[in-house]
Write a protein that binds this ligand. Structure first.
Ligand code: DGL
Length: 272
């Protein structure tokens, strides 16, 4: 039993997709959420910069005495594992492996699509893992760099015409391949899943990496005796840009107002 909170980070709102699921699966746990909104998007950055951001985000969370850290970010999870993070002294989980495994379980035809940030797609992380798990799989990938700015700016309604147009354009890549499973390889993308679902059709299984990672985190905590019990968990939210922008969209996505005020962290205080 360990009563310390679980730390979760992402470049912004995307990690909420993991947090939402984690709070359902582990209602007694406390969470510290950090959205690095002062430096979003991560998806266009170099591996070197992403490594530095990850170390700084981890250091911030470790300053809150967390028992585990979840990189609820496909981009960070594609570039490095826990071993690559200097100073990390608690268990670390990413989202890529859990999502790739779920896609391999879900596919019937072996045709799997992957969408993600430019850095994620360039890294080849999902393709590598899928091919290892299911060598006969046919994987088609598409970077969708405009999705994160759309989400961060609140263009998340199902009938938003701008989002719809951008989604249609990117997803046309899959017209020929006709996948039966699509990995939403960036944790921001489930916030616009209804638009993606409409374009892909109901026959395509959408894999949400935050949700898959949350299941993995629960298993890990219980198998290592790190879970807590006997109380209702609390969440604290930190962001490195404007707190109000985050608050409004987060509440819309989570389906309820945040239970406490979002706290601000200065980007300069994160840097080494
Ligand atoms: N939500 C993140 C991911 O899963 C980061 C996206 C970004 O900041 O570009 O990739």
């Amino acid at each position: 039993m360990d009563r310390r909170p679980i730390g979760i980070f992402d470049s912004g709102l995307g990690g909420l997709t993991a947090l939402k699921e984690l709070r359902q699966l582990l209602p007694q746990e406390d969470f510290i959420y950090f959205g690095d909104t002062g430096r979003v998007p991560y998806g266009a950055r170099s591996p070197q910069t992403l490594r530095r951001f990850a170390m700084e985000d981890v250091r911030f969370l470790q300053g809150h005495d967390v028992k585990m850290i979840v990189a609820a970010c496909g981009t960070i999870s594609s570039i490095l594992s826990g071993e690559g993070i200097e100073g990390l002294n608690v268990p670390f989980a990413g989202v890529v492996k859990a999502a790739a495994e779920a896609a391999c379980r879900a596919t019937q035809s072996g045709r799997i699509g992957v969408i993600g940030t430019s850095a994620t797609i360039r890294s080849g992380s999902y393709e590598r893992l899928i091919k290892r798990l299911l060598p006969q799989a046919q994987v088609t990938v598409q970077a969708c760099p405009l999705f994160v700015p759309l989400v961060e700016n609140g263009y998340i309604e199902e009938d938003n015409p701008v989002t719809e147009m951008v989604v249609r354009d990117y997803l046309s890549t899959f017209d020929l391949q006709n996948p039966d499973t699509l990995i939403l390889g960036c944790t921001h993308y489930p916030l616009i899943a209804p638009v993606i679902r409409r374009m892909m059709g109901n026959g395509v299984t959408l894999i949400d990496p935050g949700r898959e990672a949350a299941r993995h985190v629960k298993e890990y905590l219980f198998s290592h005796g790190l879970q807590t019990d006997g109380k209702t968990g609390r969440t604290r939210y930190f962001v490195s840009a404007d707190t109000e922008d985050f608050d409004g969209i987060a509440a819309r996505f989570l389906g309820h107002p945040l239970e406490c005020a979002v706290e601000h962290v200065d980007v300069d205080d994160l840097c080494w």
